[in-house]
Write a protein that binds this ligand. Structure first.
Ligand code: ADP
Ligand code: MG
Length: 173
């Protein structure tokens, strides 16, 4: 039985892209906690936040993390998953946690290149590059303390996959 692999990191670091490729390489299932949460509740993230506020969203996020946790599964987590101590501890105890690390400028460039892809509207209306600097400043330490391995996510997706396989001593299926 193989432990789940949790991918953590800021929006745009490649959790979905790399997660799919990693699952394919290992013959694992792939899950995305944001997608699972929306499926369970039948609401979008924006709807949930509008109806229940961020605390309500965070409770559902924790429930969704626990629900998708299963052996032989790659789990792409929401960017804010590490904000909760309960979630951080749960991931460390139940699987291998990988931090996909990238500079704020790289993240902003990726998100700006695909403006309509899964973007949550910014609250401030400020340039996305400024927001990414702030998000990383607030969360980088949490991503680091939660993860078992930190991987440079500023290389090709296949390079990222290969490095994850290498640090986990796993072979392609
Ligand atoms: P996340 O799920 O962490 O928010 P995504 O996997 O959705 O990130 O990737 C965000 C954008 O960046 C997508 O357009 C994706 O194609 C691109 N991307 C992801 N990883 C890489 C990479 N290693 N190199 C170049 N572009 C990438
Ligand atoms: Mg994603």
């Amino acid at each position: 039985m193989s432990l789940p692999i949790y991918l953590v990191g800021a929006r745009g670091c490649g959790k979905t892209t790399v997660g799919h490729a990693l699952a394919l390489a290992l013959g694992y299932a792939f899950c995305d906690t944001d997608h699972a949460l929306q499926q369970f509740s039948g609401q979008t993230v924006a709807d949930i936040v509008a109806g229940e506020g961020w605390p309500g969203f965070r409770l559902r996020e924790t429930a969704s993390l626990k629900t998708v946790t299963a052996p032989s599964t790659v789990i792409a987590t929401g960017g804010g998953m590490v904000l909760s101590e309960e979630n951080r501890q749960f991931m460390r105890e139940h699987g291998q946690v990988i931090y996909l690390n990238a500079d704020a400028t790289v993240l902003a460039d990726r998100l700006e290149a695909y403006p309509e892809a899964e973007q949550r509207p910014t609250l401030t209306g400020r340039p996305i590059a400024e927001e990414m600097v702030e998000v990383l400043a607030a969360r980088d330490a949490l991503y680091r303390q939660t993860s078992h391995h930190i991987i440079n996510a500023m290389q090709s997706p296949d390079g990222v996959v290969s490095q994850i396989l290498s640090v986990l001593s796993l072979a392609r299926a």
